[in-house]
Design a protein around this ligand. Structure first.
Ligand code: PLP
Length: 465
């Protein structure tokens, strides 16, 4: 009897264990399949969902005076408009007529409509697992695709000879300009024991000076105007030469020559939307370009240097390695995609768009300023442009370099400020205060506002005169 009851208990225990095991097996199978099914669904759908999200944000109505961004603010769970200057309200439809026309810094938004037209071909979709490592396969820090596109681009535009040159990418030309000063001032072949003198012809882009001073090395000093040292280049020199120049668009050439002189050519503005491209591409020892003023993607922070000398290349590469371990892989993914679009029609689309836009802006600006004897604009000789096959093409620079001609207008920045226009004063470029730089490369709203303000200022003077 006892035996029978014990056997029954054991049988019940075995049966309940088996049911529990089976249940857990079935649940595992079911839940596992469910989990796998939902993660596969996620993976199958990630492109669609990412695309839908991007399109929903891009289609936000900002009344044509702003745009919403994927990484922007959210209002009630929806992407909020970021408005152009002087526009406000939830959909950017409210214009503030008294708001200053800010023509100071250099955001190149004039190309935004081109990229809106090419939204499909320029879009990039990136999964979360994409290029998580520090380097590309083969331990390099540079995307082969990007390097290839850059060489192709220069061949098509004709603005640099890349044959036999090393290419290095940096976080904008800003990082490369400093890497170049570092590399050139550490050149063992420079026959000098004292610090190298860093110079640039006035008016110059003030980053050259602020960067050199800020990094404060005992290897070099910033000594200002290159013209002062023209006939005294026996000691070590590094000359920055910007062509076309920021701020005045002059096609600068090196002023200093000699065995101990090194030149850094800043070619940020040497693109067909701003200037004529001459017949033969310059073949320089060290030239720096950037996507900022080429495609307008200043925020991607991608610049490149073309370098002839292996030693200089290696010292610059080492600087970039220690400084940032190269350029963000995400930027190096997006930039070749953008350049692919540029190259699809041999650059005609973007450069025709950009040149057309800048040309019409300069026509409006010139006709406005021509009504006045108080202000003048920079003069740059016309040149033949091989890219557009155009004879005696006028330049269409990124900035107006305005001179206040009246005796009493000693400070042109102040004259503009009184008219509610914010420019960048000549003093910042080590030039006379009679000059002010006005930026012409933001969106249409900004340019319209600037020209209207100038028009008002000039017509008021006329009435007074
Ligand atoms: C002459 C010049 N060089 C370099 C730069 C820096 O450009 P990036 O955005 O490539 O750092 C600028 C920016 O306005 C510039 O005007």
């Amino acid at each position: 009897m006892v035996k029978t009851a014990g056997t029954l208990k054991l049988a019940l225990l075995v049966a309940s264990c088996s049911i529990a095991l089976n249940l857990s097996f079935v649940m595992k199978l079911y839940l596992g399949m469910g989990l796998r099914a939902s993660s596969e669904q996620d993976n199958d759908g990630w492109t669609r969902r990412a695309a839908e999200e991007a399109e929903a944000v891009a289609s936000t109505d900002c009344s044509g005076h702003g745009r919403a961004y994927l990484d922007g603010f959210l209002v009630h769970g929806k992407a909020a408009c970021e408005c152009n200057m002087c526009y406000g309200g939830h959909d950017c439809s409210e214009f503030s007529p008294d708001c200053p026309a800010n023509a100071d810094s250099g955001d190149p938004l004039f190309l935004e409509p081109y990229w809106r037209e090419h939204a499909a071909s320029s879009a990039v979709l990136v999964p979360g697992w994409h290029r998580m490592g520090y380097s590309y396969t083969g331990e390099t820090l540079i995307s082969e695709a990007l390097e290839g596109q850059v060489r192709k681009l220069h061949a098509v535009v004709g603005n640099a000879d890349t044959n036999g040159k090393f290419i290095l990418f940096g976080a904008g030309s800003t990082q490369l300009l400093y890497a170049a000063v570092h590399a050139l001032s550490h050149d063992k072949n420079t026959n000098t024991s004292s610090p190298v003198s860093v110079v640039a012809k006035i008016p110059y882009y003030n980053l050259f000076e602020t960067q050199t001073d800020f990094f404060d090395s005992r290897r070099y000093d910033f000594l200002g105007d290159a013209a002062v040292w023209k006939n005294r280049s026996d000691s070590g020199f590094i000359e920055f030469v910007t062509s076309p120049n920021n701020p005045d668009d002059q096609l600068n050439q090196p002023l200093l020559k000699g065995p101990n002189v090194k030149t850094i050519h800043d070619r940020a503005y040497f693109w067909p939307h701003f200037t004529a491209i001459p017949a033969s591409p310059p073949d320089e020892d060290l030239t720096i370009f950037s996507t900022s003023k080429l495609t307008g993607h200043a925020g991607s922070r991608v610049g490149w240097a073309l370098i002839k000398d292996k030693g200089v290349y290696e010292r610059m590469a080492n600087h970039l390695l220690l400084n940032t371990i190269g350029v963000s892989r995400d930027s190096q993914l997006r930039s070749p995609k953008l350049l692919k679009v540029v190259l699809e029609d041999g650059g005609r689309g973007i450069f025709e768009f950009g040149y057309g836009k800048m040309k019409s802006r300069w026509q409006r600006l010139r006709s406005t300023v021509s009504l006045s004897n108080r202000f003048t604009l920079q003069k740059v000789p016309s040149q033949d442009c091989t890219f557009f096959q155009e004879l005696m093409r006028e330049s269409t620079p990124a900035y107006a370099w305005v001179k206040c001609e009246w005796e009493k207008d000693q400070d042109c920045l102040e004259v503009m400020r009184a008219a509610n226009i914010i420019g960048r004063g000549g003093a910042l470029f080590k030039a006379d205060k009679r000059y002010v730089r006005l930026r012409l490369i933001r969106g249409d709203d900004d340019f319209d506002h600037l020209v209207n303000r100038l028009h008002k200022l000039i017509s008021r003077e006329e009435r007074r005169g």
